[in-house]
Ligand binder design. Sequence first.
Ligand code: ADP
Ligand code: ZN
Length: 640
Amino acid sequence: MPASFEDLLEDPVPAARRVLHEVFGYPAFRGQQEAVVAHVAQGGDALVLMPTGGGKSLCYQVPAILRHQAGMGVTVVVSPLIALMHDQVGALDEAGVASAFLNSSLNAAQTQAVERDLLAGRLTLLYAAPERVISPRFLGIMNSLAERGLLALFAIDEAHCVSQWGHDFRADYLQLSVLHEQFPQVPRLALTATADAQTQADILARLQLNEARRFVASFDRPNIHYNIVERDSARTQLLRFIRSEHADAAGIIYAGSRRKVEETAAWLCEQGLNALPYHAGMDAEQRRRNQDRFLREDGLIMVATIAFGMGIDKPDVRFVAHLELPKNIEGYYQETGRAGRDGAPAQAWMSYGLADVVHQRRLIDDSPADDLFKRAQRRKLDALLALVEAHDCRRVRLLSYFDEASEPCGNCDNCLHPPQTWDGTEAARKALSCIYRFTQHGVAHHSARSFGVAHLIDVLRGKLTDKVSQMGHESLSTFGIGADLSDAQWRAVMRQLVAMGYLDTEGEFNTLALNERAREVLRGEVSLRMKTPALPKEVAGRKAQDRRGWRTGAAADAAKVLEDLDSAAQARFDALKTWRAGVARDHNLPAYLVFQNITLAEMAQRWPHNLDDLACVPGVGAKKLTAYGAQILDVLHGAA
Ligand code: ADP
Ligand code: ZN
């Protein structure tokens, strides 16, 4: 029996658990979900910060169902990506929840049909993009609903889009404050996976969520293994990573430019992998097709710019690779968070080099933004550089960026293979004083010319190249003082000096330039621990992940089921997948929205003989049991 308004006010938890169980088929809430659901079902405002894959959707879907059942009307979900509303609504439909979306993909008649349902109070959830929500027409509809007490809740997804400091700013989000102004009595829930302090403050201020309770989940994603490597040969490293770890697995590869996306995707295909490109320069239709294929087919690799991914909730993405340094930790964490939502082991891999550091600094310097903004961006880049150059646990650093304390994780490259370090102070002084001599020399000979890292290393190592003799640099006192280190070692020194802010690059040719902080090194005021450049090593293998890398609790057990199927159960699992593919095609939905792999694996493993037993499998709600139960039992017993 649905809970009444009074029940919800008194204690919404029993009803919430019932909905979770009956509608979604899950045995228990995760982490903060229950607290959020209870608070919001009772009409409180909330800001929810949860990592990607943490389970934000249920935080508003369950209160929406509870409030609708109690006669309070519809929940309006503001979501920035119209492309994904279709799937969200499809999934709710599968679970038997009346929902719809309003966006530009609907024709006039379809739009009117949705509006009629909405006005008649038939919908539990309505998804719409911000520009639609703030349109006069939609505000009018909401007014009519509010007057009749049929506007239950606003859920503002991807709420960080309201922050101009963030990486996904959308001007339309700013105007969402109108919701509070026009409908002060309707509770609001803002959700995001981007949680640094500044973004949080922005969300609260701009959406006028002054009274909102904050729910901050742990940002740890223990099943993701972090691995950050220095680039030597980008393609070989990438291919080695994919082949050794992720043959046939779904993955996302982020590249910095459209051209690089296209080239990398084409090249991977030549290597026999199944890769698709995605970037904002492609025509919309092609982009949509590629995204659809990635969501619907198994084992595809999407090579993309960061235009791809927001709202992608494919649960079995096994790796996210960055071919270059991303912009900041928030972006990196959100992008890598798209791996392993199902709780099974997944990897975040990045390759980077000096050129990336220079490039990101340049982007900030050359941007038309004001100084305040640039300073904020530089701080964020520096935090990211500290992460990539770290000698200690990556996860501890990532989490501490989000103000979360933790212990070394045992599931990142640095924990599993602590990097060798050495005292690079002397080498740094040699490099910096060599640059100092260049400038002196240049001025004296009226031949101040550009020089980059390669030339500096030649001089340090005493190599008489054409450029060296042209510039007369063999006569410098620093010529040959660095013959004890290899090219690779010197490159690592330079990269770390630039990353740590002791050395700048200038101009079109990235000429090296001393800065204020370089003096601290030259005067011997600091000592510099440096990372020894790694020899190409095999990526930390599965063994490491087997030790650690499972989620705790229910998700862990479920994920393990997938690996532990015996051959009979595997045959049942395969038969269920074939059956699911048919359903997904008929309903035009990605297969995982019909049932996730983990749910199918549990069915195959437990091998239920009747509907009651089938109903106990996590992920089987009442509607799905009615709709598919008999078919599933047939498949399970036909295949055995
Ligand atoms: P987010 O939006 O925070 O990235 P989702 O809401 O998409 O995450 O949830 C991630 C995955 O976890 C989904 O596959 C969802 O079905 C699953 N999930 C969420 N909450 C639970 C729960 N309480 N029990 C079992 N599975 C859950
Ligand atoms: Zn670690």
